[in-house]
Design a protein around this ligand. Structure first.
Ligand code: DON
Length: 564
């Protein structure tokens, strides 16, 4: 009894706080926040509010990040997750920059050609949906590893998520649309009945209750990592695999570990940029693209000027061409990172750049980056003691594999599609790859997720990141150039239309509202242009020199900035 009392008391305390500060049935979306004590920007207002509650309780930015991510796993099932993975970049107030890799891994029984049919053709249905699409989940291991830098007990951080799952919350219009659009997939790729389908279409304001998920979160609260990677949850996951023809085993789960890596860190215009290294391609592409940009007086060209957009497009093309050939999990494949990001290579690469004319990616095979859903999610958090956290986490596609672990209530990722399932065959984001990103048991698939922190005089200045598949790195790149070179407000840097070029397909993608006259001029220069719905959902926090915190949630979704 002596042992249990504090636990029960702790839970009660958090529940009272939840009830007081969080009304899951009635909430609004705040896009910007300005203040001094701390801020959280995430894809869902309830999750941002949970993060701020934890900061107010005395948690630091890491505590808030853990609680926000767990809340997202409940209130943002499309991407917030415990069945997926991600990356964390953090700056700690003792001056350390840390990164955590909790990316999913290929299961032990995965093999290079597992998605090829007998004729040798790639079966993308298998790499993108259902049991076989799932990599070994990393999120829970990531959260427990991050917790070593936190202040509050883990059970306090998970309590709000448990309550939101148990009692339910009102879904937004965007969530209703997402659930309705995946209805057929939920029915097709599950072996049990899930809470994500019902007889009538979902509408805004409906309550989503997730009892099985609440129980899984309770097991994690009680048993830590073992509450997910062993015991009942692991048993349910492996049983689900057996029923649905998947290959994740008890051993895969037991062996999963999050990894601390050396950050990708470099200078840009006097700032220190800290971002995620491989298996994030961002850790190579962001320095490449910013270093190339630095060779030109881009501020003089001006934001959305023909000259600036053409230059940045060609820079993106050059960097992404290297991505396809060279980048993969460095634990399994030797990647020439130092060479690719060296000043000499940058200069040599830029010899291929021609102003005033459209570059040309030799068509090897053209993929489609038409998908407009943004089913990864980013959160940016700062506290008032100098800590900053940038986490991007993903299930890959919307609602991942669309497969729920029966009895455990969480969605599995479809991250295996981020491997190169066959050389030259585009993945769901149109990205191609080869040997460097081929499937090997235990290997991590290449990612675009680029959680980033920019330091000014050694202190957090910009915390940024976004979902968007291969557009992630270009969105982060453009957001930083907008803020640093074009001196743009945080709000505009996030919300102004973005563009994207990824070498193949040789198409310049422009957001719907991108200025017409610039796109006409680009077309005249020879670019093939396609308009697309939205690029990214960028969450940015800027800390001004006087300590004021400015937080902005992207207009492109339910994203919300909260603080105090
Ligand atoms: O890790 C990656 O690069 C992808 N799995 C991210 C997926 C994503 O951003 C989905 N949103 N469109």
């Amino acid at each position: 009894m002596k042992y249990f009392l504090p636990v029960i008391y702790g839970l009660l305390l958090v529940n009272v706080v939840v009830a007081q500060e969080l009304d899951p049935y009635n909430y609004s979306i705040q896009k910007t926040f300005r203040g001094r004590n701390g801020a959280v920007v995430s894809a869902h207002p309830l999750a941002s509010k949970v993060g701020v509650m934890i900061l107010k309780k005395g948690g630091n930015a890491i505590d808030a990040a853990i609680a926000t991510k767990l809340a997202l796993a409940v209130v943002y099932p499309a991407a917030g997750n415990i069945g997926g993975g991600g990356f964390m970049v953090a700056h700690l107030n003792d001056g350390r920059n840390i990164t955590l890799d909790f990316r999913e891994k290929a299961p032990g029984r995965a093999h290079r050609d597992m998605y090829l049919d007998s004729a040798g053709n790639a079966d993308l249905d298998k790499s993108q949906y259902g049991h076989l699409a799932a990599g070994v989940p990393g999120s829970v291991a990531g959260l427990f590893t991050a917790h070593t830098y936190a202040r509050l007990p883990f059970r306090d951080l998970i309590a709000p998520a448990i309550e939101l799952a148990e009692k339910g919350y009102s879904i937004t219009e965007e969530e209703a649309e997402g659930l309705n659009s995946e209805r057929e997939n939920f029915l097709k790729y599950n072996t049990t009945t899930t809470v994500f389908t019902k007889n009538n279409p979902w509408k805004a304001g409906d309550t989503l209750v997730q009892k099985d998920l609440a129980n899984t979160l309770r097991r994690i609260s009680k048993r830590g990592m073992k509450g997910f990677y062993a015991g009942k949850t692991a048993k349910l996951l492996v049983a689900e695999m057996k029923r649905g023809g998947g290959i994740i085993s008890r051993k895969d789960l037991r062996d999963y570990k999050a990894v601390s890596r050396n950050p990708s860190a470099f200078k840009y215009k006097g700032y220190d940029v800290v971002t995620m290294p491989l298996p994030s391609s961002g850790g190579v592409l962001l320095p490449m693209m910013l270093k190339m940009t630095e060779q030109f007086p881009i501020a003089e060209y001006g934001f959305h000027s023909l000259k600036a957009v053409q230059l940045m497009t060609e820079i993106e093309r050059l960097a992404y061409a290297d991505r396809a050939f060279y980048l993969g999990d460095e634990d399994y494949y030797k990647v020439p990172v130092a060479k690719l990001t060296s000043d000499a290579y940058i200069k040599e690469r830029l010899r291929l750049y021609k102003p005033d004319t459209a570059g040309n990616s030799k068509a090897i095979r053209e993929g489609s980056v038409e998908k407009e859903s943004e089913e990864t999610t980013h959160l940016s958090i700062v506290d008032n003691t100098g800590n900053a956290v940038s986490i991007t986490t993903t299930l890959n596609g919307g609602y991942g594999a669309c497969t729920v672990v029966g009895g455990a209530g969480f969605l599995l990722n479809n991250e295996m599609d981020d491997f190169s399932v066959k050389p030259g065959v585009p993945n769901m984001f149109g990205a191609i790859g080869g040997e460097a990103n081929a499937i090997v048991p235990g290997k991590r698939m290449l990612s675009s997720m680029t959680p980033t922190i920019v330091l000014k005089n050694g202190k957090p200045h910009i915390v940024a990141g976004t979902p968007g598949g291969t557009t992630i790195t270009t969105s982060v790149y453009q957001t930083l150039v907008n803020m640093i070179d074009f001196n743009m407000s945080t709000f505009d840097a996030v919300n102004k239309p973005k563009f994207h070029m990824q070498w193949l397909p040789d198409i310049l993608f422009l957001e719907k509202d991108f200025p017409l006259e610039v796109s006409a001029a680009l077309e005249k220069m020879g670019y093939e242009i396609k308009r697309r719905g939205q690029i990214g959902r960028t969450e940015v926090i800027k800390i001004l020199d006087d300590g004021t915190i400015e937080a902005v949630g992207d207009r492109r979704g339910d994203d919300a900035a909260e603080g105090f």
